[in-house]
Design a protein around this ligand. Structure first.
Ligand SMILES: Cc1ncc(COP(=O)(O)O)c(C=O)c1O
Length: 425
């Protein structure tokens, strides 16, 4: 089928996520057919620089030889077998690796960021039930939080645009801002007997529009969680696997969560895999005789899928072999400098918010006022950037730059040029 035929069929049958399908074709969707390194190739053979790492996942780029090979090798052994009541080789090796990297020894697999958060919330809830503190049932989360799209992860989320419509289905959550630890301490002091856990994206709230936390805030939150015995649940779905310049964002502040959620970059963008990592304290609470029913009754069909675990393991090995975190510093510096210059020169840049290669450029009118939601200016800027062969995606008025960590300096310069020109247009 040619592109026109494929597009017509897509419009007829595929319901795209986070997408207003009325107007889908006018939004000029691309159909991707192939990929090479940091580039995607569409059905017309046109190459596109993947400036959002295919939704924040392809940390080492596409068609990475080592990842392709790991997947093929595993295919020759077994593609899938269940983790319910049995084990498989790659899931064991990967769990050991994740434990070594995070200091959290117990690994519970699932298949998306949303499920990893859903699981963390259920684990925290059950933990207190099992340890006799049965009033500790409520969760605390940040304003504007985004933790995924299942009902539990939507409950701890706080983005009205996405979540308000489902309010009646959601469980109530205590909502706090990031400005003041005093406000959080007040809440903890008054209600710690009711609080099971605090769910937070460490350092930077991605989908909220790349909102930065001030240095030391996370460490302060950890201290409060310890003081009042509230479990600290860090959602590293977006920040994990090098995105912020360290393997995990919590490392910047030496924070050790009780539960940690990882997904997205775990397999380098090859297969859907997630994990909820737990401390020994949390894990031990679930141990007991069979008839005590302390078991964590949760599990997805593809939990611990061997193909996904094998490619994740190879992806983690690449971080070491290629010195990914060291190498990305150069590109980070180029983007930081280029974006600072863009912000100085263009009144259309309200703010650049960046942590490592996790970047949001908030745009505004030249007179400093904000664009209305319905103007879709973020989207229109991204559409302009496509004229330079660069794929970006907005979050409202924030243009997101989340390139592969393997981005080259020349590619970084192309991204800067495309964004600058798009803003002018
Ligand atoms: C911080 C965070 N948590 C959870 C999720 C949900 O992940 P998934 O889309 O894999 O369910 C996302 C996705 O963007 C995210 O950014």
């Amino acid at each position: 089928m040619n592109t026109t035929e494929l597009l017509a069929l897509d419009a007829k049958h595929v319901w795209h996520p986070f997408t207003q399908m009325q107007g889908w074709i006018e939004d000029q969707p691309l159909i991707i057919e192939r990929s090479e390194g940091n580039w995607l190739v569409d059905t017309d053979g046109k190459r596109w620089l993947d400036g959002i790492s295919s939704l924040w996942v392809t940390v080492h780029g596409h068609r990475k030889a080592e990842l392709d090979a790991a997947l093929k090798q595993q295919l020759d052994k077994v593609a899938h077998c269940t983790l319910l009541g049995q084990a498989n080789v790659p899931s064991i090796e990967l769990a050991a690796k994740l434990a070594a990297l995070t200091g959290l020894p117990r690994v519970f697999y699932s298949d998306s960021g949303s499920t990893s958060v859903e699981i963390a919330v259920k684990m925290a809830y059950q933990f207190w039930q099992l340890t006799g503190r049965t009033t500790k049932k409520r969760f605390v989360a940040l304003k504007e939080a985004y933790h995924g799209d299942t009902i539990g992860s939507v409950s701890v989320g706080g983005m009205d645009l996405f979540h308000e419509r489902f309010r009646d289905l959601l469980f109530p959550v205590e909502r706090v801002g990031v400005d003041s630890l005093a406000e959080i301490e007040e809440l903890f002091a008054a209600k710690h007997d009711e609080l099971a856990g605090f769910v937070v994206e460490p350092l930077i709230q991605g989908a909220a529009g790349m909102l930065l936390q001030r240095p030391g805030w996370l460490k302060g939150l950890e201290a409060l969680c310890r003081k009042y015995d509230v479990l600290l649940i860090c959602d590293e779905v977006a920040t994990g696997f090098g995105r912020t310049g360290k393997m995990f964002a919590v490392e910047h502040e030496g924070v050790k969560p009780d539960l940690m959620c990882v997904a997205k970059g775990l397999t380098g963008g090859y297969l859907p895999l997630a994990a909820t990592l737990a401390s020994e304290r949390v894990y031990r609470a679930f141990l007991g005789r069979f008839d005590e029913a302390k078991t964590f009754f949760h599990g997805h069909t593809y939990t611990g899928n061997p193909l996904a675990c094998a490619v994740a393991l190879a992806n983690l090995e690449l971080f070491e072999r290629e010195q990914t975190l060291e190498k990305m510093k150069q590109v980070e510096a180029v983007l930081a400098e280029g974006l600072a210059e863009l912000a100085r020169k263009s009144k259309r840049v309200r703010e650049v918010r960046r942590r490592g290669l996790m970047i949001g450029v908030e745009i505004q009118r030249e007179d400093g006022t904000a664009y209305e939601f319905g103007e879709r200016m973020g989207f229109r800027v991204c559409l302009e950037a496509r004229k330079h062969g660069v794929l970006l995606r907005p979050l409202g008025n924030v243009v997101v730059l989340m390139p592969p960590l393997s981005l080259t300096v020349d590619e970084a310069k192309l991204m800067l040029h495309a964004l600058g020109d798009a803003l002018t247009r």
